[in-house]
Write a protein that binds this ligand. Structure first.
Ligand code: 3PG
Ligand code: MG
Length: 393
């Protein structure tokens, strides 16, 4: 990446400069309480380096999908408190991210201090990449730093539109580190194993088509499984199937076969008649009429974990079943353990997979935990991320 990083920016000096940092502080929030705070923690190193260098640090992020209108439950105010605690310094908060309020808050910032702006997506201009909104953000800053890897796949005002309007730009440490680690999946030591889970074939289709010929082994789990089984005319019972994606699933299978790659589908399944905690479960090879698949079975879990142990590079995104319910989490957990046991390079991305890894307390055994779900999927399939491209121009 031909973009300056923080080293260069700090060498040139930022003392007293208004540095706008686009971070991805989009964390799970329930009743004003932060769930997993990994994204906040991962954003700290860049902020610490900038405050130590005497910058006036303006942090901006989105939270959730408020669709262009203020929505109190998606306020970033609780994140300001968390940042203050983790940075061990005062963090001021502006209830608007542009205009007089934001400008006044920036004017009050002393060198080395941090201000967090309210949710960027409270303005429709953010997601529309509106010029006037981008200009209003840019007016706050002398320097722009993008550290929001998790949002780098979005061409929004704060990730793209404002970038050419600020005189000095740089990539933050998190953004650089993510690209460095994920490049290993694009240019892997082989064999490369990709494990993809999650509910929808439709959202993972592009990545599967790109990775089926690239990965030595592509292992599929999660509810996507049943669309693949249906495409192969295998029994799916009452499992959730995206009927209009069966043709797409067949295309992915054909692409893997043409390239001489192995595409693995679960050979056994945990099934129930009602998707709820405490439901009676069975483990089956063929899903009976009226039963619903909720997890990969133990034989499949052991097979996927074994592939992970043998691979030189593993990339995993997406749960293997309805892992929010403990009784259906065994497959996801076995895969997480298998990925942690990989002797080569392991990379895990996506909120659900990270949650599983964190729940098991095995994060330290994974090579790289990506803060980006969608962004990491787009990057590893070789797409250009608009947030990165904007820095390069
Ligand atoms: C994410 O969590 O995927 C990123 O923060 C981007 O959010 P979005 O998917 O709502 O654009
Ligand atoms: Mg997303």
């Amino acid at each position: 990446m031909a973009v300056p990083g923080l080293d260069q920016l700090l060498a040139e000096g930022v003392r007293g400069a208004r540095v706008f940092v686009r971070s991805d502080l989009n964390v799970p929030m329930h009743d004003g309480r932060i769930g997993d705070d990994s994204r906040i923690r991962a954003s700290l190193p860049t902020l610490v380096r900038l405050t130590r260098a005497g910058a006036r640090v303006i942090v901006a992020s989105h939270l959730g999908r408020p669709k262009g209108k203020p929505s109190p439950e998606l306020s970033l105010r609780p994140v300001a408190a968390a940042l203050a605690r983790l940075l061990d310094c005062g963090v001021s908060f502006s209830t608007d991210c542009i205009g007089p309020k934001a400008e006044a808050a920036v004017a009050e910032l002393a060198p080395g201090q941090v201000l967090l702006l309210e949710n960027l997506r409270f303005h429709a201009g953010e997601e529309k990449n509106d010029r006037d909104f981008a200009a209003a953000l840019a007016a706050l800053a002398d320097v722009y730093v993008n550290d929001a890897f998790g949002t780098a796949h979005r061409a929004h005002a704060s990730t793209a539109g404002m970038v050419p309007l600020v005189p000095r730009v740089a990539a933050g440490d998190l953004l650089r580190s993510e690209l460095l680690h994920l490049r290993v999946v694009r240019e892997p030591e082989r064999p490369l194993l990709v494990i993809l889970g999650g509910a929808k074939v439709s959202t993972k289709l592009a990545v599967m088509e790109a990775l089926a010929p690239h990965a030595d082994v592509l292992a599929i789990g999660g509810a996507m499984t049943y669309t693949f089984l249906a495409a192969l005319n295998q029994p799916v019972g009452a499992s959730w199937v995206e009927r209009d994606c069966e043709g797409d699933a067949r295309r992915v299978l054909a692409a893997a076969e043409r390239a001489g790659r192995r595409l693995l589908l679960p050979s056994d399944h945990v099934v129930v008649q009602k998707v709820e905690a405490g439901a009676a479960r069975r483990v089956v090879d063929a899903i009976p009429e009226s039963w619903i698949g909720v997890d990969i079975g133990p034989r499949t879990a052991a097979a996927y974990a074994g592939e992970a142990r043998r691979a030189r590079t593993v990339f995993w995104n997406g749960p293997m079943g309805v892992f929010e319910i403990d009784a259906f989490a065994a497959g996801t957990e076995a895969v997480a353990r298998g990925v942690a046991a990989c002797r080569g390079t392991s990379v895990v991305g996506g909120g659900d997979s990270l949650a599983a890894v964190n729940r098991l307390g095995i994060g330290a055994r994974i090579g790289h935990l990506s803060t980006g779900g969608g962004a990491s999927l787009e990057y590893v399939q070789g797409l250009v991320l608009p947030g990165v491209a904007a820095l390069e121009h």
